[in-house]
Ligand binder design. Structure first.
Ligand code: ADE
Ligand code: ZN
Length: 347
């Protein structure tokens, strides 16, 4: 797959997966809110939550599909009120990600979840942005923000959200689309994405998580996104697979999320290898790690153990994560050189 990658003994592969530098391109920052922090913020802000203990809350994390997760995820986010809350949430994620050798990340945030409760766009963006600045200074981790529109809401609502975000446009690199997929196809947001494109934002969208390949086609051809978030249902459409491979459209795949939301019955049945073998620019990501039982390294080690992927796949996935990111070419080069050096020490 890649000529620089020499075989690595099977017993050393998990350590290589942990130590290799990687970029995380699919993380909802509200999905990094651990139960302990939910309880601490609820207490700090005097917000009532319908669980008595951290354990009781965690035991509610048994999902049957995307919507069953989203109901709990939006309830968890209700403890976020102040700029400091958003800072603390992002800072906790950065500290955790750095331990997994994540060296660059592009964070999704869902402003409508907060503005609907009376929290201002300014509060949300300032808290997250300050945490990004400090992550670079204190952890050497570069981070940027992608604002997502909630697709179960209207396009009009998305336009209003875009308007509120414009004063902070220099703090937001891209626009995404998330929340309940089935019944909310990408084309519902064609006009607002066209406007975001004119404004110079990078564009991404969740598509083909639970929804059909048709949603991946319209995310590409109507919304004109640069990356597809999830996209795992694409393997049901051979013509779509050829298109994704030919155009090297990155897919930000999230194996533990797919497992916990019952997209696949077990990790051994995950189609990550099939997507890689078909020449797609696949990456591995955590999605909502506080809810799905694993950050980046758990996604890598558990998926590799279950599917029998090897060192050359690890290299391809980590390299893809840098290639697919929205950093400039010179920064990509630096990260990929560091990646190659780590592989050299393991071969
Ligand atoms: N996996 C997911 N799919 C869609 N919307 C989300 N919001 C947070 N996590 C999500
Ligand atoms: Zn997601």
């Amino acid at each position: 797959m890649n000529p620089v990658v020499k075989p690595v003994a099977a017993h050393r592969l998990p350590e290589l997966l942990r130590q290799m530098p990687k970029a995380e391109l699919h993380i909802h920052i509200e999905g990094s809110l651990e139960p302990e922090l939910i309880f601490a913020l609820a207490q700090r802000n005097g917000v009532a939550i319908p669980y008595r203990t951290v354990e009781e809350l965690r035991s509610a994390y048994a999902f049957t599909n995307l919507q069953s997760f989203l109901d709990i995820y939006y309830a968890g986010a209700s403890v976020l009120l102040t700029e400091q809350d958003f800072y603390d949430m992002a800072q906790a994620y950065f500290a955790r990600a750095a331990k997994d050798h994540v060296v660059h990340t592009e964070l999704f945030f869902d402003p409508q979840t907060h503005t609907a409760r009376g929290v201002s766009m300014e509060t949300v963006v300032n808290g997250l942005h300050r945490a990004c600045v400090d992550a670079k200074a204190e952890l050497g981790l570069s981070a940027s923000l992608i604002m997502c529109f909630l697709r179960h809401l209207s396009e009009e609502d998305a336009f209003a959200t875009l308007e509120q975000a414009l004063p902070y446009r220099d703090r937001i690199i891209g626009i995404g689309l998330d929340s309940g997929e089935v019944g909310n196809p990408p084309e519902k947001f064609s006009r607002v994405f066209a406007r975001c494109r004119e404004l110079g934002f990078h564009l991404v969208a969740h598509a083909g998580e639970e929804g059909p390949p048709a949603y991946v086609w319209t995310a590409l051809d109507v919304l004109k996104v640069e990356r597809i978030d999830h996209g795992v249902q694409s393997s049901k459409d051979a013509a779509l697979m050829r298109r994704l491979a030919q155009d090297r459209i990155p897919l930000t795949v999230c194996p533990l999320s797919n497992l916990k939301l019952c997209v696949f019955p077990d990790l051994a049945s995950h189609n990550l290898r099939q997507l890689l073998d078909a020449g797609l620019a696949v990456t591995v990501n955590s999605d909502d790690p506080a809810y799905f039982g694993g950050y980046m390294n758990e996604n890598f080690t558990q998926t590799f153990a279950a599917t029998g992927l090897a060192a050359q796949h690890a290299y391809a996935l980590a390299r893809n994560s840098f290639e697919a990111s929205f950093i400039d070419a010179s920064e990509k080069r630096v990260f990929i050189d560091r990646l190659s050096q780590v592989f050299e020490t393991f071969s």
